[in-house]
Write a protein that binds this ligand. Structure first.
Ligand code: ZN
Length: 499
């Protein structure tokens, strides 16, 4: 939509919505993306690499458009376009699609009540990454690359990716919302071949570093210090013995625990999965509707929540694509399953199918990744509350035989999230309350419920970090979403490691 003078005013969007409700729609909304910009710059072994084309340079793409959703006869209709000349036709097509679908609907859709809001959300960013001159970005990359280019490092990669999205939202209930969201995901990796012949690697993807998340987090001193640490740890890995095959305590640092939570709490508690809507796409869930309020998901140390109010995280977006304001909802309360990641549609369906009111209103987690996709349940910030077991040193001192694991390397998860196997980049053995040497190729595995029930230590607030996920995939057609996890250090007992 390049011809900006043809873009409708708010009143014109509302008139189109009124036309649909006059035509029989019980509900309608529109999301207009005036901008959806993404950019990526990568340096591999000192060379600029365009990850989209395989050529050299910097990749950037931009699009704009609008998506219209409406309900008719208990069925959704959706249509989208990037052509401002097609607005009337696109609204009409959404209603036509809903009318066609209404003849085939097996469970008529009802939307849970919501508070009708008008508002604005702007994600915190001191320096827009898209405003940073390319020469400055390349100078940063070259400076950091020189730090990584050391003995033992066979391959080194630095990647900066950013998105900027501007969205207007209107619905037939009267909501009017504006959002501007900048996401920025820098990372660096070093790899080398060890004395045993296998490849080892260390990666740094920064957790939340402050109040905002633009180019200001690219403080060279911080990145050079972290780069030196990666090189040092890689060189330790290159000569380290293999992780023992054993049953031990596993102390999981937040830069790994976020993925554990993502895969075995977050995805397992998406209500559309629980209702079976993702079975042939991303998978299902072992959780059943009768489990809410009853299932002992973990030990009493485990309290998990979906908190879209966390400052400065991609899982915080002000309002979801149902126009529901950011929620902070308990998922697991001192071990007991109490909540899910939900939307206006799924909470009414789940309550009706369960024959009881499990959910009080939408959890505000319905999000689309682009103007031409319909919103589905997505994680917000799926967090573990800090505990009372001290800091990392306290937890190590309290551990007889264990390993400390850090950095996700590979994962394998049951499609219903009932079991898992994770390999991590690095681990340190713990013997008699002391941190010992590094071991290579660490891994651990378990059954989800048994594992969380063996949670025996949760670090205090000093160990709590917000880690970001830039690429959570779900839905058909596929949607890639950004979110966060606020996570303390956690220890689990009697875990199979090293195989
Ligand atoms: Zn995911």
């Amino acid at each position: 939509m390049s011809n900006t003078d043809r873009v409708p005013t708010p009143n014109q969007w509302k008139e189109h919505i009124k036309r649909l409700t006059a035509g029989g729609a019980s509900y309608a909304d529109v999301r207009y993306y005036s901008e959806d910009l993404s950019g990526n710059i990568s340096l591999h072994n000192g060379n600029l690499v365009n990850p989209y084309s395989g050529g050299s340079g910097i990749a950037q793409q931009s699009e704009s458009g609008y998506g219209v959703r409406c309900l008719y006869g208990g069925a959704w209709g959706f249509a989208a376009s990037s052509d401002p000349a097609q607005i009337t036709a696109t609204f009409d097509r959404a209603l036509d699609n809903a009318k066609t679908a209404a003849g085939r609907v097996s469970f008529p859709i009802r939307l849970a009540d919501k508070e009708v809001l008008s508002g604005e959300f702007v994600s915190p960013c001191a320096r827009d990454p898209f405003d940073v001159p390319i020469e400055e970005q390349i100078a940063f990359l070259n400076g950091l690359d020189a730090v990584l280019n050391q003995t033992g490092v066979a391959q080194r990669a630095i990647n900066l990716s950013a998105t900027r999205t501007k969205i207007e939202y209107y619905d037939s209930e009267g909501a009017e919302i504006r959002k501007q969201i900048i996401n920025f995901f820098p990372s660096m990796t070093v790899m080398g071949r060890g004395t045993s012949g296998d490849m080892q690697r260390r990666t740094y993807k920064p957790p939340r570093l402050g109040e905002s998340r633009g180019w200001e987090i690219m403080d060279p001193e911080h990145w050079h210090t972290e780069g030196e640490r990666l090189v040092r740890e890689l060189n330790e890995l290159l000569v380290a013995p293999a992780c023992p095959v054993d049953t031990r305590s596993v102390i999981i640092l937040p830069d790994m625990m976020f993925l554990q939570v993502h895969e075995t709490i977050g995805h397992a508690l998406e209500l559309d999965r629980i209702l079976g809507y993702e079975l042939s796409f991303a998978g299902g869930s072992f959780v059943r509707l009768e489990d809410f309020g009853n299932l002992q998901y973990g030990s009493t140390r485990l309290t998990a929540r979906a908190d879209a109010t966390v400052p400065n995280s991609p899982g915080s977006f002000g309002y979801d694509d149902d126009g529901v304001a950011a929620q902070n909802r308990l998922l697991i309360d001192r071990g007991t399953l109490v909540g899910a990641i939900s939307s206006r549609q799924t909470v009414t369906e789940a309550n009706a199918k369960a024959g009881r009111d499990i959910f009080a209103g939408s959890g505000g987690a319905n999000r689309a990744c682009a103007f031409n996709r319909t919103p589905i349940e997505r994680m917000t910030n799926i967090n573990i509350d800090p505990g009372n077991d001290g800091n990392l040193d306290d937890i190590i001192a309290d551990t007889e035989r264990g390993i400390i694991v850090s950095g996700d390397r590979s994962w394998s998860i049951g499609s219903n999230r009932e079991q898992f196997h994770f390999a991590t980049e690095i681990a340190w053995l713990v013997e008699d309350g002391k941190r010992c040497g590094v071991v290579r190729n660490p891994s651990y595995q378990g059954m989800t419920l048994d594992f969380y029930r063996s949670l025996t230590a949760v670090g205090d607030a000093s160990t709590w970090e917000v880690h970001y996920v830039p690429n959570c995939g779900k839905g058909a057609p596929g949607q890639i979403m950004q979110l966060g996890h606020g996570i303390p250090v956690c220890r689990f007992d009697n875990v199979k490691v090293g195989e």
